[in-house]
Design a binder for this molecule. Structure first.
Ligand code: GDP
Ligand code: IMO
Ligand code: MG
Length: 429
């Protein structure tokens, strides 16, 4: 059996969590392969709303196994809160959750470093979620990191202290001290204490060699879905560097983040919003800084699931979308938040960029240099409510034209159209 992959094609928050939850009944295993609690994946059903940061979005099924793969970085303090929230709804998360022993830990001083680097950057800050993502991946690559599997080995506390002291020296070298920052309302040292207490979650969770678990499941014919976090335009290699996250968010990340060989990758589901959003700093060619952008933000409730920050909004960018489709080998597109475009009678779609007077349909090497002017094509909007639409057979002709236009320009079929945040507001084509 092959592993299917679902990932975001824009700057994150495309609606990945919602669709993973919708597709989970078709799978035996849902596995996160990269990122950490910088992710915020929202799932809404039966009037309840959940935001998951580390736990895969298949956790609401009582049948599917959920795996946090080796490519993920994990903060036990944040994961404990996620588990406690699921407990309060009687969702049996623990028995269906498996954590790779090779997944690295985000320590309190990784968060401290993240805050330090951002503060030191001033107006050039990345707009990080301040969850310690960059510093934790840095230590992984520098071969200094602590893995969940190390918790049961001797010498954990000594290695932890050594790493923390090194981080504190870096903080001081930047002219700051630990007391300058707060973490979820706690001082650094109180946060550290809470973090150590949270390590007890690993007494209840199953630490596994997830590469064996997944490959054996595939060999036995089980169905596995890999759940991406962030989006391709935030990929460490191909995103709008340096305004990116610190992992490979693209499909290639599945192989290294779960230990699955490339020939076992099956369908690649590319999730995109019918428009674009971005949270944090960095280039965004089709951004709308006018009342249209405000209307999208209000209609789409575009405020970060992890940080609550307002998301920047703009028209659909087909240059970026086609780039992401190329990088990931997308086989099916899922279009999200289609209902949010209902108030608009005209829809612009960015078809090319004009850079220094030259038109291009390629994402340039450095998107941060100079002005990138979007070249738009205008399409008719459907300009009517569609959030109660029950079938695509009843969709307005203008919506079908928008879909067909995107399919023509990308060469990939749009198989799902999402018209609202609830599980049920999902239309298949
Ligand atoms: P993710 O990070 O890709 O899982 O996406 P987020 O959960 O961060 O952001 C998507 C937001 O849009 C969440 O608040 C969802 O509840 C909401 N959402 C998802 N699909 C739709 C949709 O089709 N229409 C509307 N209006 N909201 C949606
Ligand atoms: P999901 O999985 C949207 C953005 C941050 C910042 C940059 C780097 O919910 O789609 P980091 O904390 O990773 O060092 O931040 O990446 N970012 C996201 N934006 N959705 C996300 O995840 C994101 N994860 C990180 O806003 O600009
Ligand atoms: Mg999100």
């Amino acid at each position: 059996m092959n592993i299917d992959v679902l990932l975001g094609l824009q700057w994150g928050d495309e609606g990945k969590g919602k669709i993973v939850d919708v597709l989970t009944p078709r799978y035996d295993i849902i596995a996160r392969f990269q990122g950490g609690p910088n992710a915020g994946h929202t799932i809404i059903f039966e009037g309840k709303k959940f935001v998951l940061h580390t736990i895969p979005s298949g956790i609401f099924s009582d049948k599917a196994k959920n795996i946090v793969g080796n490519g993920v970085i994990l903060d036990p303090f944040i994961m404990q809160k996620e588990l406690e929230n699921l407990d309060s709804y009687d969702i049996p998360a623990r028995e269906n959750l498996f954590i790779s022993r090779k997944a690295h830990l985000i320590t309190p001083s990784h968060r401290l470093l993240d805050a330090t680097y951002e503060k030191a950057k001033g107006k050039d800050k990345i707009g990080s979620t301040l969850k310690g993502i960059g510093p934790a991946y840095t230590d992984k690559i520098a071969r200094l990191g602590l893995r969940t599997g190390d918790l049961h080995e001797g010498g954990f506390r000594g290695r932890y202290d050594e790493l923390r002291d090194k981080h504190l020296r870096i903080v001081r070298a930047h002219g700051y001290k630990a007391e300058d920052f707060k973490f979820d309302g706690l001082s650094f040292f109180d946060y550290e204490e809470a973090w150590f207490k949270a390590l007890k979650i690993f007494d209840e969770l199953q630490l596994v060699n997830s590469e064996y678990l997944i490959n054996k499941a595939l060999d036995e014919g089980k169905k596995v879905l890999a759940e991406g976090a962030q989006g391709s335009m935030l990929d460490i290699d191909f995103g709008t560097y340096p305004f990116v996250t610190s992992s490979n968010t693209i499909c290639a990340g599945v192989c290294s983040g779960l230990g699955v060989p490339p020939q076992k990758v099956g369908e690649v589901f590319g999730v995109f919003k019918a428009y674009c959003t971005r949270v944090g700093s960095g280039p965004f060619p089709s951004e709308l800084l006018d009342e249209n952008g405000n209307l999208m933000r209000e209609t789409g409730h575009e405020f970060g699931s992890t940080t609550g920050r307002p998301r920047r909004c703009g028209w659909l960018d087909l240059v970026a979308l086609n780039y992401s489709i190329m990088l990931n080998g997308v086989t099916q597109l899922f279009m999200m938040k289609t209902d949010v475009l209902s108030p608009f009678s005209e829809l612009d779609v960015c078809m090319a960029y004009e850079i220094d007077g030259k038109k291009t349909d390629e994402v340039p090497y450095d998107m941060t240099a100079g002005d990138i002017n979007p070249v738009y094509t205008s399409l008719k909007g459907w300009n009517q409510q569609i959030d109660k639409l029950q079938s695509m057979d009843l969709a307005p002709a203008t919506l079908n034209s928008y879909i067909q236009y995107i399919e023509k320009e990308t060469g990939i079929p749009i198989k799902i159209v999402s018209v609202g945040p609830d599980r049920k507001q999902t239309l298949f084509r």
